[in-house]
Design a protein around this ligand. Sequence first.
Ligand code: MG
Length: 219
Amino acid sequence: MPHTAVVFDLFNTLVPGGDGARDRVLEEMAAVVGVDPAAFVRAHHRSWRDRLVRRDPAATIRIIAGQLGARPTDAEVARALALRCAIGARLLADVTPVTLAALDALRAAGFRLALASNTTAETVGLWPAGPLAARFDAVALSPEVGAAKPDPRIYLAAAARLGVRPDQCWFVGDGADGELAGAAAVGMAVIRTTEFQDTDPAWPGAPITALTELVARLG
Ligand SMILES: [Mg+2]
């Protein structure tokens, strides 16, 4: 059976991970809800796996602020959440014309494209307005699937939403969260990218360094 679809990771695969920018926004959020910025950033990082499948980002802010001894008002939580959504939208829009053209070329070559992303709940609402959305035939985001990579369910959701079997899919990602092994475990053919970050250097095989190489390799 030929490979007819490509399932992409999002952060550090299609757009930068934006870790530094995210941390600066977390510090601003901490000031809004009245807690120590460094402690808020650390607690937020520790809650990562939990946030991938937690649907309500306002609850996340409230819980972490509470752990640090604050009781923010609804208005403060809303202001902190607005900061979080603004950086989320900026990161989704931080995609180069070269990447968009590569996705268009893959579709022109007949591949159907899906996204399988470990992300937090605000991305579910932000994705449709971003520049990548129109390029994708299906999307599987961890908060709405209720499972995060390397859990098989998120890969299977992406394939099912494309109407293909996992063994008809390439999976392209930087390798965070053990996603490459997770993709291979459900039968996808894995391609590692180092365009933004060399996340999983032990993964065998030659990585791509830009999505344009993917067009050449698959097309
Ligand atoms: Mg990634």
